[in-house]
Design a protein around this ligand. Sequence first.
Ligand SMILES: Cc1cc2nc3c(=O)[nH]c(=O)nc-3n(C[C@H](O)[C@H](O)[C@H](O)COP(=O)(O)OP(=O)(O)OC[C@H]3O[C@@H](n4cnc5c(N)ncnc54)[C@H](O)[C@@H]3O)c2cc1C
Length: 427
Amino acid sequence: MKKRPHVVIVGAGFGGLGVAEQLAHVSVDVTLIDRHNYHTFQPLLYQVATSLLNAEDVGAPVRSLFRRQENVSFQLGTVTGIDVPGQKIRLEEGKEISYDYLVLAGGATVNYFNTPGAAEHAFPLYTLTNAVKLRNQILERFEAADRDPNLVEDGALNFVIVGAGPTGVETAGALSDLFYNLLPHDYHQLATEKARVILVEMGKEVLPPFKENLRAYAKEALEERRVEVRLGEAVAEIGPTFVRLKSGEEIKAHTLVWAAGVRANPLADLLGLPQGRGGRVKLNPDLSVPDHPEIFVVGDMGEVASDGEVLPQLGSVAMQSGEHVGRQIDRRVQGEPGQPFKYWDKGFMATIGRGAAVVEFPNKMTLHGPLAYFAWLGVHLALLNGIRNRIETLWNWSWSALTHDRAARIIIDAKDEAAQTLSKPAA
Ligand SMILES: Cc1cc2nc3c(=O)[nH]c(=O)nc-3n(C[C@H](O)[C@H](O)[C@H](O)COP(=O)(O)OP(=O)(O)OC[C@H]3O[C@@H](n4cnc5c(N)ncnc54)[C@H](O)[C@@H]3O)c2cc1C
């Protein structure tokens, strides 16, 4: 019997899942590889970091997603090498896997633009581990300030967010809600009103991709929530207890959230092919790479373009590009020619805080305020993977809306256990 073509997909994000699902009824064997055993729903990571959702609510086990799709096998592993002429990928521990078709869907990673101190002290927000680390840091700083109130003056309750794109704005709004509506009830002795949320943005506006009226609304809504919006400012250096701005001003702060830039996953550098802005791999119109029709790139790693226009790094672009590549592999297997990728723009949206959001539709109509907020909740609930995650998320949102309480306010820090083991008296 003729062997079926083997498709290897690296990355179980929106792009990788799109490819694998599209291949459900195609006569191929699929190996889906990810360094985590779960798919991460990145748009809600900021809610994990700010205690609104549990980590498990935004992570779906990959094996359970493909329980009913027998042509997909999952491998937990980190891809560290690509042998393009030999058509093989290599995992960290040395195992090699051959492919007939390779789809790279490794997403993006943080870009600190060589800012001094950023790699050591900044908190990025791209993975579930990042989100849990940031949550630990926020809760831990409040505990530290409660033990030693002098730390408030030292900046323990000052939180700087760099970048006023959707991630920065959503995080700033959620921190303000946590600090001014919930934590004052938990800390009776602590001057929680002294907590500060400072949003620093190099450009002249918040939410730059949105229309003017939405940008103005977003800034006003943030300021109503006591977020200090600092436009036209950039971060020059980050230390453990300070953030220095380009203007020379120094802000006392123990926490800086980095939401200011991404670059393509370093796997993109391994191909030795032309790369565009942010290291994204340049692609043919069908999303294969130049000179290698057997390799495709989808989502944030590639310069995904539609009608000649490079698209932004968004979940919907990753999902649709993944589905497109699934269809192209099907066509190749059937001996049919490739087709260019065409993006169906469904608009975009961002929340600013409880009851406040902005939506821009493809026809340029806009919506803001509570109606936009409910639209945002509905869309994100529908996009989450798995019924269990949807029910838990809906429950956590409803509980928080009714009570201002938040589900995930525990500090889970592995180093606690290590310290306890070390301090055990010798037998
Ligand atoms: C905080 C945040 C909020 C966002 N909010 C929105 C939003 O509201 N709306 C929107 O449309 N978009 C949003 N985005 C963007 C959107 O999430 C991304 O565009 C989308 O996730 C890209 O999908 P992807 O499949 O390319 O990559 P990802 O979803 O990042 O998936 C990449 C996968 O590859 C795996 N991987 C990486 N390297 C390796 C390796 N070497 N070996 C094995 N596995 C590997 C990773 O573990 C991951 O599972 C947000 C992004 C972030 C970070």
